[in-house]
Design a protein around this ligand. Structure first.
Ligand SMILES: [Fe+2]
Length: 189
């Protein structure tokens, strides 16, 4: 950004930044509660354990945000994040609309979780740049630490969806060849 900022704009930008921290603080808390439900609803134990790992990380991220408030001289305050509310409600719809112990349930949970991760990645990445712009290097470091975790979670979920897709394809082709071989003797007769 090459635009010059005057004092009143600096103040406005700082307030905007703090508001965004309040937004992601609400978002993390809301997601933490949702992840607990998503873990319970997951079919695959691998997916359930990846949610479990991210619940612990998310709780750590909430603590990290409390530190960010402290570094900014503010008391932690949450501001409702409409985007995360929507993303979580999508995840809850997946649970309502799919059968327990189904592949579709997990597929839906993975896509819902990845959408939430991407929201967080965009937020933390941009806020860490803005923190530097405000001269808040330590705040920027804290936000970057969370950003790394979010990126890792997203790529783990991406691997899981890929692995599961391959597994399902293999199972499908396995079934087809079994059908074909069962059909052959009859066709030979
Ligand atoms: Fe998070």
């Amino acid at each position: 950004m090459n635009t010059k900022r005057n004092n009143s704009e600096n103040k406005q930008f700082r307030e905007f930044f703090i508001d965004e921290i309040k937004d992601i603080y609400w978002a993390e808390k809301h997601l933490s509660a949702a992840l607990k439900k998503m873990k319970k609803a997951a079919t695959s134990p691998t997916l359930a354990s990846s949610f479990e790992k991210h619940i612990a990380e998310t709780d750590g991220q909430i603590e990290r945000l409390k530190k960010v408030f402290e570094l900014l001289g503010k008391t932690p305050q949450a501001k409702k994040c409409d985007a995360m509310e929507g993303l979580v409600s999508e995840a809850m719809s997946v649970i309502e609309d799919t059968e327990t112990d189904s592949f579709t349930r997990d597929a839906g949970l993975i896509i819902a979780a990845r959408k939430a991760e991407h929201y967080e990645i965009a937020t933390y990445e941009t806020l860490s740049y803005y923190a530097k712009l405000l001269g808040e290097k330590e705040v920027s470091r804290e936000l970057e630490a969370t950003l790394k975790e979010e990126k890792k979670t997203d790529s783990l979920l991406s691997c899981l969806s890929e692995e599961e897709a391959y597994r399902q394809t293999d199972m499908k082709s396995g079934k087809q060849s079994a059908k074909q071989s069962a059909k052959q003797p009859a066709e030979q007769m």
